[in-house]
Design a protein around this ligand. Structure first.
Ligand code: SF4
Length: 348
């Protein structure tokens, strides 16, 4: 006898197919699916249940909320809700989800990197983060970014399946234009994501790439992936992205004394010149035991200005959640850092 499946791991098409095979009318099955995802209610059946890990911990700083969910084996997912105003002035909420617990990429400026990779999250555990924000915290989620713990292209089957569920019109119904996948920039991963973005219905999926350096020398020093895949290969991969009018988001964590001069800004713009993109300048948030401080406000302003002066679209990210360790590059539970290698395979 198999354990019942989790409805959070199914698209509405998968659910209604399986329900029909068990004699349920499709219209009734669709109603059950919609109620599960729109109201958070579902009466478990012998073959399917609704299960999301409960929230273990919540930390708030102003409107930013970081929450964790405990999984079996006492590992925790970490997610952050970031409120902001949309173009209409209406308050909007972006949910930053984790795709892994820990990360194998080893970026030197990143808190998560210090955990190493502990576990790939399943699609239901990724969707479970949305479910917790929506129905346990009662927050309407407008945008989803895969910018929490982990490298999404390291766990792409589960990430893509989770996006299919999150975008399902009978489910969470978050349009792909409001979902961004942020990657360290592996060429093979970007190519697979690009194939996915060519599928009908997913053309507007957003791609974000962590560049963080204007040249290979600096990038290899702070991002080990660059030693295997230098920036020229990364550019080739980014040029294959089916933009469909969307700009690729280039993330640039600004680290004092490392990558923050106006010369670096000019070199970065030269590198990016073939690409339709926006640079997102992210002031460095010092991780624990960081060798670098946060950048001074004047340095962030002059770097951002230098990017714009080179004719490149640029914006700077507001620094939200720094004191609750919910800011970019700061997710990662220090108490579980040393419990490594519990499960490195993708769960089913
Ligand atoms: S910055 Fe992203 S890819 Fe790099 S170690 Fe941190 S979580 Fe992994």
């Amino acid at each position: 006898m198999h354990d019942p499946a989790n409805i959070l791991a199914m698209t509405s098409w998968q659910f209604t197919e399986q329900a029909a095979a068990r004699g349920l009318a499709r219209s009734h099955a669709l109603e059950l699916y919609r109620t599960a995802f729109r109201e958070g209610r579902f009466n478990d059946l012998d073959w399917v249940r609704l299960e999301a890990a409960s929230i273990a911990n919540i930390v708030r700083e102003f409107d930013t909320i970081k929450f964790t969910q405990e999984l079996h084996g006492s590992l925790e997912t970490e997610s952050v809700v970031l409120p902001h105003s949309g173009s209409s002035g209406r308050a909007r909420n972006t949910l930053c989800v984790s795709s892994q617990i820990g990360c194998a990429m080893g970026c030197t400026f990143c808190e998560t990197a210090q955990m190493g990779l502990m576990k790939n999250l399943s699609a239901e555990q990724i969707v479970g983060q949305w479910f917790a924000a929506r129905f346990m915290l009662n927050i309407t989620i407008d945008n989803i970014v895969f910018m929490g713990m982990g490298e999404p292209t390291d766990n792409l089957d589960q990430v893509i399946h989770a996006i299919r569920i999150l975008a399902d019109r009978n489910g969470p119904a978050i349009a792909p234009a409001r979902i961004a996948v942020s990657t360290v920039g592996r060429a093979a991963g970007i190519a697979r994501l690009a194939d996915f973005a060519r599928e009908a219905g997913f053309h507007k999926l957003r791609l974000a790439v962590s560049i963080n350096a204007p040249n290979d020398r600096i990038r290899s020093a702070i991002m080990p992936i660059n030693r295997a895949e230098p920036m020229a290969a990364l550019m080739q991969a980014m040029l294959t992205w089916p933009a469909h009018g969307q700009r690729i988001l280039i993330e640039y964590v600004l680290i004092p004394g490392v990558n923050d001069s106006v010369e670096h800004a000019a070199e970065l713009c030269e590198y990016l010149s073939p690409l339709h993109c926006t640079v997102n300048v992210i002031p460095y948030n010092p991780r624990r035991n960081s060798p670098w401080p946060a950048p001074a406000e004047e340095s962030v302003a002059s770097f951002t200005k230098a990017i714009a002066a080179n004719g490149q679209f640029v914006k700077r990210r507001q620094t939200l959640g720094r004191s609750v360790m919910a800011a970019c590059g700061q997710l990662g539970n220090p108490t579980i850092r040393r419990r490594r290698a519990i499960q490195l395979t993708t769960p089913v």
